[in-house]
Write a protein of this length. Sequence first.
Length: 93
Amino acid sequence: MLRPLSIVRLSTKLCQLWPGSTLQRRTVGERIFPACQLWGWSSGQELVGFIAFRDAWIDQLYVLPTWQGRQIGLTLLNVAKDRFAQNEPSLAQ
């Protein structure tokens, strides 16, 4: 399921992937993503991919290896392209 993410939800999910990493939590919440739009793809309660983007720039795009090859990355890229097109039509082409 595709949906927007909050920094808190993304940070929580990433910390579950890398338990015990306080640096990861701080980096995600304070440095990398505050200015980004965040979208994720979930299967049930599992976050299997996400994209972070802003101002026609993709900061991060991840899809778990076991979920690659299922068009999740392409779907996330298309979300960013659609948002770019809404703000600046020439950037999404």
